[in-house]
Design a protein. Structure first.
Length: 438
């Protein structure tokens, strides 16, 4: 399905439009060669061949003007209003960025963090202003033998370069928002994140798209190096429309005594396949991953992760909570591999089935060390007649009962993210239930 695509011409167009230097253009061309060499090995891309026609896609949809924006334009203010980020709430963010299709429209970061050496810039800007640093890490953290990583690197437009220097602690969240405003496009933003020793960073990523007649494709990428004794927290909130096929590539390398918490929240999309690749390399390093999803009306949602525990006494805990109804398919496909000594890895899958749907759990546990422990547990709960009868006796109708149960089901996870985002997700979830089950 890739035969008709003139990748070299597309890369030349993107590179020229963004004013890139020769080294970056060469990196793109190297990446596309690796993609074409290894593309047949990618099960994710093969699984979506019947969903979209890549030959019809626009992979680069820039804004007419690339001038720097000093004042937040009306369009972005409207997005802030939609996200419920008012002026008071904005003060609680370390910074914000908003990308539409292939272009970053707005970004800022608090001056106090810039003065302490933090770099948070659009990737195309950072590649010029901090060339040596970007060359060191861009495409070097993740595995370019992965076809989706290579494809993203070749076609990337937009995204961020984030560098937090040693000992700098930014506990306020940085909010990045990505939206697709055109139909029949592919979005390939890329975020490169380097958190140096003993630093702290809180990153929130939101994604959304309106409903169009034709399908669109999202293949965002993030490669992150989490160094010694770092505390990192990531929250991903995705509210795609029903005609988006979503297959992001995420790669984290976690070093000694670092701790990462990742909460991933998903609503919408025709098909979503999200399995971050995480190498827990350092001794006593820890990764905690929690996924929340609502899937309905023939949607397919595949979650999980590929985690390798290499460091001695390293830990991984992966949990998935899914709400499934109206003939949706939810798959938890998680791989835990322990190769280091005295590692502990646990995966936990919990599903709430509101009516008809398909729930599949595919754990893969690989223990290469007798001193390590890995385990998996799965549960499915049902909205059955007994529960319906209980709500009926309280004078609560079925639709309201479903809202109460669904919101309560994910309450613990929502308590760990900023209040305004938790409130927004609750509203979206209740709206999904209201539209999905009459």
């Amino acid at each position: 399905m890739w035969e008709k695509i003139d990748f070299e011409n597309i890369i030349e167009t993107i590179s020229e439009r963004q004013g890139e230097e020769k080294w970056l253009r060469k990196l793109r061309l190297k990446a596309i060669k690796l993609f074409l060499k290894n593309k047949e090995n990618d099960k994710v891309l093969k699984s979506i061949e019947n969903d979209i026609n890549f030959n019809d896609f626009k992979v680069f949809v820039p804004e007419p003007s690339k001038a720097k924006i000093k004042k937040i334009p009306k369009e972005i203010e409207e997005i802030y209003d939609y996200l419920n980020i008012n002026e008071i709430e904005k003060s609680f963010f370390a910074g914000t960025s908003i990308q539409k299709d292939s272009s970053l429209l707005h970004y800022n970061i608090k001056k106090e963090f810039l003065e302490k050496g933090a770099i948070i810039l659009p990737l195309e800007v950072a590649s010029k202003e901090h060339k040596k640093l970007v060359k060191k890490y861009l495409g070097k953290i993740g595995d370019l033998r992965n076809p989706r990583n290579a494809l993203n690197l070749a076609l990337m437009s937009g995204g961020l370069f984030i560098y937090i220097p040693q000992d700098l602690k930014i506990s306020l969240p940085f909010y990045a928002y990505f939206t697709m405003k055109h139909e029949n496009i592919g979005q390939f933003e890329r975020t490169v994140m380097v958190l140096e020793k003993n630093s702290e960073f809180y990153y929130i990523e939101g994604c959304a798209a309106p409903l169009y007649r034709k399908y669109s494709f999202h293949l965002g990428a993030m490669e992150a190096l989490i160094n010694k004794k770092v505390k990192g927290k990531f929250v991903t909130l995705q509210n795609w429309s029903r005609n988006i096929v979503n297959t992001p590539y995420k790669y984290l390398r976690v070093e000694k005594k670092a701790r990462v918490e990742w909460i991933d929240i998903n609503i919408g999309s025709k098909k979503s396949i999200k399995k971050p690749n995480i190498i827990v390399k350092g001794e006593k390093a820890k990764i905690l991953m929690k996924s929340i999803s609502s899937t309905k009306e023939n949607q397919i949602h595949i979650s999980g992760s590929n985690i390798i525990l290499k460091g001695k006494k390293s830990h991984a805990y992966v949990s998935s909570k899914s709400i499934v109804y109206k003939d949706a398919i939810n798959v938890f496909n998680n791989t835990l591999k322990a190769s280091g000594k005295k590692c502990i890895g646990v995966s936990d899958c919990d599903t709430l089935l509101l009516d008809k749907g398909e729930v599949i759990t595919i754990p893969e546990l690989i223990n290469n060390n007798k001193e390590s422990e890995i385990a998996h547990e799965a549960r499915t709960s049902f909205f059955n007649d007994e529960i319906k009868e209980y709500f009926f006796t309280k004078g609560i109708n079925i639709q309201d009962a479903l809202k109460i149960i669904s919101v309560g089901y994910v309450e613990e996870e929502l308590a760990q993210i900023p209040l305004d985002i938790a409130v927004e997700f609750k509203k979206l979830l209740e709206l999904e239930i209201e539209r999905g089950i009459g």
